[in-house]
Design a protein around this ligand. Structure first.
Ligand code: R5P
Length: 283
């Protein structure tokens, strides 16, 4: 049975359809003191697949409650699907005294499950911290789906070297095109991002900028500005995790980005592509 967290209801429904597994009824309440209660009713069957993007601290807590509830209801196996893993970018202590938050949340989640699947975590090595078998599922191939067939000399570009695998996966799924990456420097005090172009010839070409996540939108906005300066023709912006925090969507619009293609690892207005097929395959 598929058991959905409140932030992953569309993806859970798509997974239920894809796998043929039933969707459990789940209710979400909040007590007067602010504490949460995620309740599963009508759980039947042996395997519980808990699907919950940990996009907020409340969503983290809900996930732990759902894992516990399905065990209480008799699940013999619990598989936890974390479409978007919050805190995954804090995968080391960047300054003295900081926690490795990704490790802390992975350990907590790992105690309530037999297995974990997570889509494009910031670093796949995060999978080592769950303490149970855990696998990173690639969402990049799904980013090819909404692209027009007519791309001219397409270049799949990532804003930094770390996201090149997403660009490659999208290009492979699209079936043609080149892959390259920019160099990125971020000032961690101000959050400002500086993008340095490499030798990629972009003039007159259609460029698909792919990244694992759009958070503040600074990286994408700077990348698109550089591409425009260098004479790119059409520019498409695609990411696996459309977090779009704060004024990110406005920042992108001001940079001339009309459309953002995102997946349903985070359910936003731009989440037009579903990762359900790749998650279902990994299940
Ligand atoms: C960084 O390594 C990631 O791949 C993204 O490029 C980054 O997290 C995006 O953040 P923002 O939208 O805030 O620039």
């Amino acid at each position: 049975m598929i058991v959905s967290g409140s932030a992953s209801q569309s993806l859970a429904a798509a997974l239920a359809e894809q796998t043929g597994e039933a969707l459990a009824a789940v209710e979400f309440d909040r007590f007067a003191d602010g504490e949460l209660m995620a309740r599963v009713s009508g759980f039947e069957g042996e395997r519980a697949v808990v699907v919950a993007a940990t996009v907020t601290s409340d969503a983290h807590l809900e996930l732990l409650q759902l894992q516990d509830a399905v065990r209480e209801a008799g699940a013999s196996e619990v598989v936890t699907v974390i479409p978007y893993m919050g805190y995954a970018r804090q995968d080391r202590a960047f300054r003295d005294g900081e926690p490795v938050s990704a490790r802390a949340v992975a350990r907590a989640i790992g105690t309530g499950t037999d297995r974990v699947l997570t889509v494009d975590p910031h670093e796949p090595t995060v999978c080592d911290w769950f303490g149970v078998p855990a696998e990173a599922v690639a969402g990049g191939p799904r980013l090819a789906e909404p692209l027009p067939d007519s791309l001219s000399e397409p270049l799949f570009l990532s804003p930094d070297e770390g996201a090149t695998d997403i660009a490659e996966a999208a290009r492979d799924a699209y079936g043609r095109g080149e892959v390259d990456h920019f160099e990125k420097d971020r000032n961690y005090d101000t959050g400002a991002v500086e993008i340095s172009p490499r030798d990629a010839a972009v003039a007159g070409r259609d460029v698909v900028v792919t990244d694992d996540i759009i958070a503040t939108g600074s990286t994408m906005a700077e990348s698109v500005a550089v591409l425009r300066e260098r004479g790119a023709d059409r520019v498409f912006v695609a990411c696996v995790h459309p977090l779009l925090a704060g004024s990110a969507r406005t920042r992108l619009a001001r940079a001339g980005v009309e459309t953002v293609y995102g997946t349903d690892t985070i359910e936003r207005a731009v989440s037009t592509v579903s990762v359900a097929p790749v998650v279902a395959e990994a299940l």
